[in-house]
Design a protein around this ligand. Structure first.
Ligand code: FES
Length: 169
């Protein structure tokens, strides 16, 4: 069994400065258009690049789309996949809903926790992974189900965890 994984010493994740964030928002607004309909794709674009929506990003988006900050924050906090807290480069979500619960999601979560040395809700020190529990992911017939970013792992077993996560190092 492999030991702890993929430490990157010079990790700069989640250390975006205000100018970079504002520039990113500007690019996304140019790409998607300066209308309210662009709000969701712009929010998603920021999360894709910066892994979460900082206050700086939400204020910049509000300004650029001529919306109130409350409107932007309200939308951001409504969607589970729009992170408003700093997260790791890779987000692991394990379904916690009833079918996956019955099919062994707890053993999967424990295997991840043991491998990454974090608890559910936490991020590894090198900011490589965040582990979250999620509501039903729509793959109930193939539980337990785990997502790593957009990749789906149906019928995932605890003994597969090390090999799966190594792919993201
Ligand atoms: S209950 Fe787990 S994917 Fe639906």
């Amino acid at each position: 069994m492999k030991n702890y994984i993929c430490y990157s010493i010079n990790n700069t994740l989640n250390q975006f400065n205000m100018a970079d964030t504002e520039k990113l928002v500007e690019q996304l607004v140019t790409q998607h258009g300066k209308t309210r309909n662009s709000l969701l794709p712009v929010l998603q674009g920021v999360v894709r690049e910066e892994h979460f929506l900082s206050d700086t990003a939400m204020i910049a988006i509000a300004k650029a789309l001529n919306l109130s900050s409350a409107d932007v924050y309200g939308t951001a906090s409504f969607y589970t996949f729009l992170e408003t807290e700093p997260r790791g480069e890779n987000i692991i979500r394990v379904c916690k809903t009833i079918t996956c619960k019955m099919k062994g999601k707890q053993q999967v979560i424990e295997a991840i926790e043991n491998h990454l040395k974090i608890k559910e809700g936490e991020t590894t020190r090198n900011k490589k992974f965040t582990l979250l529990a999620a509501n039903c992911l729509g793959w109930c017939h193939k539980g337990p189900v785990m997502l790593v970013n957009d990749d789906v792992y149906p019928h995932v077993a605890p003994d597969q965890i090390v090999d799966i996560l190594d792919k993201y190092c």
